[in-house]
Design a protein around this ligand. Structure first.
Ligand SMILES: [Ca+2]
Ligand SMILES: [Ca+2]
Ligand SMILES: [Ca+2]
Ligand SMILES: [Ca+2]
Length: 287
C-alpha cells in the first residue's frame, strides 16, 4: 500500500483536535532524531557492494550490536524546509539527508516533478509502515512535504527494454535517505500511519526516472509557477490574478482571457515573451 500517496498539504490535513505548537514539537522531534542518528547505522556496506542495477532494501540497526559501524549522524547533511502552520506562518524545520547512498548517473528532479521510484518508510524504531519494492509513479506534490523535498538530492538512472521479452532492466539509479520531523510528515493528522501522530519519519528512495510536471498543462513547468520561489505553490503571491486558483493549477495565470499556453512563449525561443518590455512576462501581465 502506498501510504504516503495521500494529499496531505497545508490545506487538507485532517486535524480535529488543535495541533500541537510547532516550535515545541520541532524541538522534541529534533531531539529524538539526533539521538536516533547517534545510535544507529544503515546497511551502507550492502549499498556499496551491490551491482549498479541491483536494488538494495534499506535497513537500520543499533550500534549497540555493531559498535564499529559508522553512525548515521556522521553521514547526514542538514536541509532546511519551511513548514506552513495552520495560520499560514512559515516555521523552519531541519530534515536530515544522506544524499549519495547511491549516486545515480542522470539528473535530478525538482520537488514538484513526477517521479518513478521504489521506496521504504519507517518510524525511528525501525517499524516499516509503508514501502514499494515495485517501481511506482508519484505525481508531483502528491505526497508529504518531506518526501518530495528529498527528490533534488537523488539522481536518476537509465533503463533498457529487452526486445525479445519486453522486460525492462534498470541501471545506475540513485538512492537517498531522509530523516524528517513530524511536521514534514503527517504531524497531528488523524490519518497518520498506524495511528502514530507526531512521529518523525525515515524514507529511503530509489529514483529510476522522472518527468517535469506541468499540473495545469499550460506549458509552464510547475517548478516555475512558484512565483516567489519559496517551495510552496499555494501562497497568495502564487495566485497572480487573485481568483483563488494558484498559478500551478491555473491555465490563465493573469486572468486576461488569453490562455497561458497561447502567450507564454509564442516565438518558441525558450524565453517567456514580454511584448511590452516591462519586465513582467505576458502570461503574468494582464495589462
Ligand atoms: Ca503549468
Ligand atoms: Ca489564479
Ligand atoms: Ca499556470
Ligand atoms: Ca493570460
Amino acid at each position: 500500500m502506498a501510504f504516503i500517496f495521500i494529499q496531505c498539504d497545508d490545506t487538507t490535513r485532517s486535524v480535529i483536535t488543535p495541533p500541537r505548537d510547532y516550535e515545541e514539537q520541532r524541538t522534541a522531534d529534533n531531539d529524538s532524531i539526533i539521538s536516533f542518528l547517534q545510535s544507529h547505522y544503515y546497511n551502507y556496506e550492502e549499498y556499496a557492494n551491490a551491482a549498479s542495477g541491483e536494488r538494495v532494501e534499506f535497513t537500520i540497526d543499533s550500534l549497540v550490536n555493531s559498535p564499529d559501524k559508522r553512525p548515521m549522524i556522521d553521514q547526514v547533511e542538514e536541509h532546511e524546509v519551511q513548514v506552513k502552520d495552520q495560520d499560514g506562518n512559515f516555521i523552519t524545520h531541519t530534515m536530515y539527508v544522506i544524499p549519495n547512498v547511491r549516486v545515480g548517473v542522470g539528473d535530478s528532479p525538482t520537488i514538484s516533478d513526477d517521479v518513478y521510484i521504489t521506496y521504504k518508510g519507517m518510524f525511528l524504531d525501525g517499524y516499516s509502515f509503508d514501502q514499494s519494492e515495485q517501481q511506482i509513479w508519484f505525481p508531483g506534490l502528491s505526497t508529504i512535504q518531506g518526501f518530495y523535498e528529498l527528490y533534488p538530492f537523488i539522481k536518476r538512472g537509465t533503463w533498457e527494454v529487452d526486445p525479445a521479452t519486453g522486460l525492462i532492466t534498470y541501471d545506475g539509479f540513485g538512492t537517498a535517505i531522509a530523516i524528517m520531523p513530524s511536521a514534514l510528515g503527517y504531524y497531528g493528522s488523524q490519518s497518520s500511519p498506524n495511528g502514530r501522530q507526531y512521529a518523525p519519519l525515515i524514507f529511503a528512495v530509489d529514483l529510476y526516472t522522472f518527468t517535469t510536471a506541468d499540473h495545469d498543462e499550460d506549458s509552464v513547468p510547475t517548478s516555475e509557477e512558484d512565483i516567489d520561489g519559496n517551495r510552496h505553490f499555494t501562497d497568495d503571491v502564487d495566485d497572480t490574478d487573485g481568483d483563488g486558483i494558484p498559478n500551478y493549477l491555473d491555465n490563465d495565470d493573469d486572468g486576461d482571457g488569453v490562455l497561458t499556453i497561447d502567450e507564454y512563449d509564442v516565438d518558441a525561443d525558450g524565453i517567456a515573451d514580454d511584448s511590452d518590455g516591462d519586465g513582467t512576462p505576458d502570461f503574468l501581465d494582464a495589462s
